[in-house]
Design a protein around this ligand. Sequence first.
Ligand code: FES
Ligand SMILES: [Fe+2]
Length: 438
Amino acid sequence: MATDSAGTRTEAGLEGIRDGIAQGRFPAHVFNDREIFDTEQRRVFSKAWCFLAHESEIPNRGDYVTRYIADNNLIVARAESGEIHASLNMCRHRGNMMCKSEMGNASHFRCSYHGWVYKNSGELVGVPYMKEGYGGRIDKRDWGLVKVRTDTYAGLVFGTLDPDAPTLEEYLGGFQFYLDLYLKQGSSGSEVHGPPDHWVTETDWKIAAENFSGDGYHTPVAHQFGFNLGYFASSGSTHSQGWAASIPGKGHGIGLGHTPGFPPFAGFPEELAEEMRSSLSPEQVEVFSQTRTAVGTVFPNLSFLMQPFSIVPGEAGVRFVTMRLYHPIGPGRTEMYSWCLVPKDASDEYKQEAYRAYTLAFAQAGTFEQDDLENWARVTRSAGSTMARNIEFPYVMGMDSTPDPDFPGPGHVVTPYVNDSNFRNLWSRWSEYMTGRV
Ligand code: FES
Ligand SMILES: [Fe+2]
């Protein structure tokens, strides 16, 4: 890796960043830097478990979506057997992209260049001119699409390019306890409500991942209008209560906002709240009952948010869940995917209401989304400036917090949730990957 005057691009520089995080410092330039981006592609995204799709996006045989891990375009398809396969969207003959759609249904893919045909599970089944041209020199079993290792948790399909990566269960490392708050809403679980909103923003993926790992600090300021107009069922003065929970050594973190007196499960229809009480563990019910807002990130680039949002200002909020993926497409550039997740068992009426609340708050044109993006784009621009190469940010908030011994959930849990604890854990994990320790 090349050296620059600040020394931050060298291997030693990456080690220095790692040491800095332990002391509560993180450099500005990592949020917009070509070499950091290139290194992330190889060392983070080519090794971690990366989110691909929600199973409910491809419920039927033949359904597929195309998604990325790093810069690799993958076809994520439900095969005839019902199993989900992820295959590199690259013809083995000369490398043409096989599937040009982002989603659809197909039992086979036929290459538009020379006509090789593959099953949606990736096996090569058709080669034009096979006998006359290849004369037996091609064994179709050797030339299927390149497969990517996949695993699932509660409807989430992940993939990893690293054959030596730990199991997904080990990778999540107990964060499942918190993911269930989003994914097991009702005994049948959650499903996507329509396709994702999908757009490109001049924002570094890390800014979004950090924000959603529990940045309660920005909410009363960046989203002030939401409080003022009555969209958000809380007030700035109570916003700092709650917990920041993270899984040490794994990078995952969640902020759990709490407002004293806020009714448990508020914003859900009563019958759904009852179902959740019986399908989650007693410890999860205890956490959920005290949670007004839950905003979390699975390392590296998958986030969730759940909160009540008033469709009509001043009226009771409707609780919705958004799931979002930050696909890095360049230094300081991100392709965003944003879904609304709804409980499968809920009435159509509630699903529509939740989708409306999500759309107003956090879809592409959502009011909260726009507040965030405006700030994130400016952070990204500043981070790419020449002077930013020698600037560090303080990550020392809550450095002396002691874990809450009474909290029923796993991980390192501190209170209040306005705290840098989750961010230090997130960037500490990132630096383990960036320095080649993982
Ligand atoms: S590149 Fe696909 S058949 Fe030639
Ligand atoms: Fe925000």
